[in-house]
Ligand binder design. Structure first.
Ligand code: G3I
Length: 333
């Protein structure tokens, strides 16, 4: 394999290589996507408020465009996401007169949503992030406060998996979360998923979002998280990988170019991460980046609006960065 090998070929024996896309980036990044990636996730287009903006209205246009693109190019699709506290339409939690709905109505609406969305893409979407980010980051509480929890109690999680399994019995069903490698949250995610398994809930995998930066988390913490989740006997996927060049608390807005050393350090991190992932091939079945190249990333608006970031293996012109070369050379090992 040459130095400019397609990423999907470099890891063909290990895991799929995915990218998050929009109906726009499948045009602006088409060549890069079809050359290096064999899996896609819709960055926003399948989220509740996008795909089901009011009770009687489903808006499938943009998500269909992405699924059609994947089908034309023989790419797998991961579905993202069915239950989340964010980007979820207000109508779902309210009666027509504005009063909050009860648990029965909410769960029936959820069932109907999942039946419609998962059912529509049965032939194309092989894996779903069924529940996204339900665990609390800090403190002793297991679950984060949300409308879901307030109205339905913790049952909404098991129900979502049951509904998804009914809608497509062959789909791989994931619990997906971030800060997944920090020990405190890792242990809570583990406890949640273990309790679902103990109740016989149909759950097949854990999605490690992997929104990392060049300083954090440590490789030891990433390894420990993979080990702990894998001990449940589940399939693992990295679902939203990016390696920000900024520390989590770095709020500077004045960098028009990366500082010296940032991209070198990023390349080292990416190499170390993919070396580790190679060790866990078989357990880790897919690695999706939350974008494809540095011309577009959600990190350009987070945590500071309009601050440029450079988190991927390909630069703003879609050319390979030193991180790409460090990762691609793992083909020979
Ligand atoms: O669609 C509107 C558009 O009409 C409007 O002109 C524009 C103006 O700001 O906003 C557009 O909506 C934005 C949307 O992305 C589409 O670009 C929202 O403001 C913005 O908040 C939204 O951000 C998304 C974010 O989820 C929302 O929480 C990011 O693109 C997306 O990358 C991000 O993805 C999440 C995963 O789903 C879950 N894990 C964390 C990850 C990063 O936050």
């Amino acid at each position: 394999k040459t130095a400019e090998a397609a990423l999907k070929d470099v890891f063909a024996d290990g895991f799929k290589i995915g990218a998050a896309v929009s109906s726009g980036t499948i045009r602006t990044q088409e060549n890069l996507l079809t050359r290096h990636f064999n899996s896609l996730t819709a960055e926003n287009e399948m989220k509740f408020e996008n795909i089901h903006p009011s009770e009687d209205v489903y808006a499938f246009g943009e998500s269909d465009t992405i699924v059609d693109f994947a089908r034309r190019h023989g790419m797998a699709v991961r579905g993202h996401t069915l239950v989340w506290h964010n980007q979820t339409s207000d109508w779902l939690f309210q009666e027509a007169d504005g009063r909050p709905v009860g648990k029965g109505v909410l769960l029936e609406r959820l069932r109907s949503h999942i039946e419609t969305v998962v059912g529509r893409y049965k032939d194309d979407i092989y894996a779903w992030d069924v529940v996204n980010e339900a665990v609390a980051d800090e403190g002793d509480e297991l679950l984060r406060p949300s409308k879901w929890l307030e109205i339905a109690g913790p049952d909404f999680i098991a129900k979502a998996f049951e509904f998804a399994h009914e809608a497509d019995p062959t789909a791989r069903l994931f619990y997906n979360d971030y800060n997944e490698s920090h020990p405190h949250k890792r242990d809570k995610i583990y406890a949640l998923v273990k309790s679902l398994l103990d109740q016989g809930v149909p759950i097949h995998g854990i999605g490690l979002q992997a929104h990392w930066n060049i300083f954090d988390p440590s490789l030891d913490d990433i390894r420990a998280a993979i080990e702990k989740y894998a001990s449940l006997g589940l399939e693992l996927q990295l679902t939203e990988l990016d390696v920000s060049v900024f520390r989590f608390d770095d709020r500077r807005t004045d960098l028009l170019e990366p500082e010296p050393g940032m991209l070198e350090r990023q390349a080292e991190v990416y190499e170390a991460v993919f070396r580790l992932l190679k060790e866990y091939r078989g357990t880790v079945s897919s690695v999706t980046f939350w974008g494809a190249a540095d011309d577009y990333t959600w990190l350009d608006d987070f945590p500071v609006r309009g601050r440029k970031n450079w988190p991927f293996l390909f630069d703003e012109r879609h050319l390979p960065k030193s991180a790409y070369y460090r990762v691609a050379q793992l083909a020979e090992m």
